[in-house]
Design a protein around this ligand. Structure first.
Ligand SMILES: Cc1cc2nc3c(=O)[nH]c(=O)nc-3n(C[C@H](O)[C@H](O)[C@H](O)COP(=O)(O)O)c2cc1C
Length: 265
């Protein structure tokens, strides 16, 4: 778990901003909380905080503004995000931005997407921005963070390995690499588990509906990774951010073929 960052969000209408907040939290490997919880949390201990909500009458949600008002005055990195219904964002970020500046915060970036809205004139045509935020928007959210908060994003060591080995059922490959003078050991290709980061909590094992991971010598090991259906439950349940999934379109099709015959878990 990334304890240096946190995301505070409000999403009262369609859960549009919640989708963005959750994707961002996954990219950073951090928690995302609602304003109610944020008011009970010491936000001064985080080095970066994201604030996001839908846009309601030209501004972020008042609950979010209340959290910002109660922040300590110190130089923390912050980013702002939102989802809005109008064709352009306009000056909707201005109220939260000026409050953050009053608190001495360093605004590292802003992100906004158009999202489903059936208020005002949209009602005539049965809603605007139907289906948004979509996958493309979520990818843009990830890209935004990788650019503006690169130092806080979850590192994917597997991508740094140049020579990948043949994947064999039951025998996850071992890879070793040196990161900042430390030895990092990875196991698996589809489901890669950073052995150096694993704390053997067993949450990934409990979460996986297909029994792909086992605890071996006090580390989580992807013993049946060819059976992985890419649901990401293991990734989302790993507080240490030790697990990552890797596949291309051909792998994804093979997964679908392998599982076509399955009738139950
Ligand atoms: C009460 C209300 C007021 C809104 N006001 C605006 C607005 O001023 N400008 C805009 O672009 N969208 C406006 N919207 C649309 C929302 O910003 C949009 O649907 C957003 O994605 C909602 O986010 P949420 O689902 O996370 O709550 C409004 C929606 C509601 C319900």
């Amino acid at each position: 778990m990334n304890n240096n960052c946190i995301i505070v969000y409000e999403s009262i209408y369609n859960g549009n901003t919640e989708k963005i907040a959750k994707t961002m939290a996954q990219t950073l490997g951090c928690k995302c909380i609602k304003p109610e919880e944020a008011l009970k949390t010491d936000l001064s201990r985080f080095s970066a905080i994201g604030f996001g909500s839908g846009i309601y009458f030209g501004s972020h949600h008042p609950h979010l503004l209340e959290v910002v008002e109660k922040l300590d005055r110190n130089a923390q990195d912050v980013f702002i995000f939102s989802s809005h219904g109008a064709p352009v964002l306009g000056k909707y970020h201005r109220p939260i931005k000026s409050k953050l500046k009053e608190k001495g915060k360093n605004i590292v970036g802003e992100f906004s997407v158009r999202a489903y809205d059936e208020t005002g004139p949209w009602v005539i045509i049965g809603g605007g921005n139907v289906g948004k935020p979509d996958e493309k928007d979520l990818k843009k959210a990830t890209k935004f963070l990788k650019k503006s908060l690169a130092q806080h994003c979850m590192p994917d060591y597997y991508r740094q390995i140049k020579t990948k080995l043949l994947i064999k059922d039951g025998y996850p490959n071992d890879y070793q690499l040196i990161v900042k003078d430390a030895n990092v050991v990875l196991k698996g290709d589809f489901v890669t588990i950073n052995q150096s980061a694993c704390r053997a909590c067993g949450k990934c094992i409990k979460a996986c509906p297909l029994g792909i991971i086992e605890l071996i010598e006090n580390k989580a090991v992807p013993v049946k990774e060819l059976d992985c259906t890419l649901c990401s439950l293991c990734v989302n349940n790993c507080r240490e951010r030790a697990i990552s999934l890797h596949y291309n379109w051909r792998d994804a099709i093979n997964v679908a073929k392998r599982h076509a015959k399955r009738e139950s878990l």
